[in-house]
Design a protein around this ligand. Structure first.
Ligand code: SAM
Length: 274
């Protein structure tokens, strides 16, 4: 069940009813969930369920459910299972033939998306990118050709580096950094990826939690007019990454055959301006 992503008042009335009526609340951190329960006068017992004890605790939760108890699952903030624990529990509960009921509510990814002004008809939630440059760039390459708004979770510390790789691999798309959503220092910063790179290069990593929303490519794959169209993104990609990653990124983003992009990359590298 979804809990607030910051503001303790951002919880649905139904979620409060379910928490109050449950036999036990499985939560990541009893102190965090305890504050939420206290704020709303709920006395239901809690039991820790997090990535370090999940395998050990799951059988006990399943037994309780099989004996007819109601177990509510919450994460520290937002929606469980969305980059948070719960997936295995839900799949095992379903496999045991026990009902699972979603209690929707706050979600950092959706809050950022709807505040971004980017297209919402189709979007891809990409979770956290890998922490290190080469793996991050190759993960971005795999997303470069997707004609949808992209939503990323990111740590504030890694934000400047990730934005740099996004600009190099995805090109100069519109993007938004949504920081501290629903909290006192909430901030929405919308600009092109290169402008966001410049901003955080100067300002340094922000404080708090961030979501990055990146708009779809302006020229969806296959819409480019001639081979010259790939030169600009290819030059930027070659500056930021290996030849192989640059070719994969630009081929994915442009829809052009890898061998064609590879040939052009060699020409650019060799200084030929055909
Ligand atoms: N399950 C949660 C949800 O549905 O919102 C997400 C949990 S995930 C472990 C934590 C990440 O969510 C953070 O690194 C950040 O990217 C994002 N996040 C959570 N709360 C946020 C907030 N108030 N403002 C911006 N981003 C937030």
């Amino acid at each position: 069940m979804a809990t607030p992503i910051g503001n303790l008042r951002d919880i649905t009335l139904r979620a409060l009813d379910v928490l109050a009526a449950a036999d036990v609340i499985a939560c990541e951190d009893t102190r965090t969930t305890g504050r939420l329960l206290k704020a709303h006068g709920i006395a239901t017992r809690m039991t820790p369920y997090h990535e370090h004890n999940a395998a050990r605790v799951r059988p006990g939760l399943l037994r309780r459910l099989e004996s007819g108890e109601v177990v509510a699952l919450v994460s520290d903030a937002g929606t469980p299972l969305i980059s948070d624990p719960g997936f295995r529990l839900v799949s095992e509960v379903q496999a045991a033939g026990i009902d699972v009921v979603a209690v929707p509510g706050p979600s950092a990814a959706l809050a950022a998306l709807v505040a971004s002004g980017m297209a919402t008809d189709r979007f891809l939630f990409a979770g956290f990118l890998p922490a290190r440059g080469p793996a991050r760039r190759s993960a971005l390459s795999a997303l470069a050709g997707i004609d949808m708004t992209l939503v990323f979770f990111e740590s504030a510390r890694r934000l400047p580096g990730s934005l740099k790789d996004m600009a190099a691999v995805l090109g100069p798309r519109e993007a938004m950094v949504a920081r501290e959503l629903t909290k006192i220092y909430e901030e929405l910063r919308r600009a092109s990826l290169p402008d966001l790179v410049a901003h955080y290069a100067e300002a340094g990593p922000p404080k708090g939690e961030v979501v990055v929303v990146v708009g779809p490519p302006e020229d969806p794959p296959g819409d480019l007019d001639d081979a010259g169209d790939i030169d600009e993104p290819l030059r930027a990609a070659l500056e930021a990454m290996s030849l192989k990653d640059a070719v994969a990124a630009v081929s994915g983003a442009s829809g052009r055959a890898r061998r064609e992009v590879y040939a052009r990359a060699l020409e650019i590298r060799g200084g030929s301006k055909k």
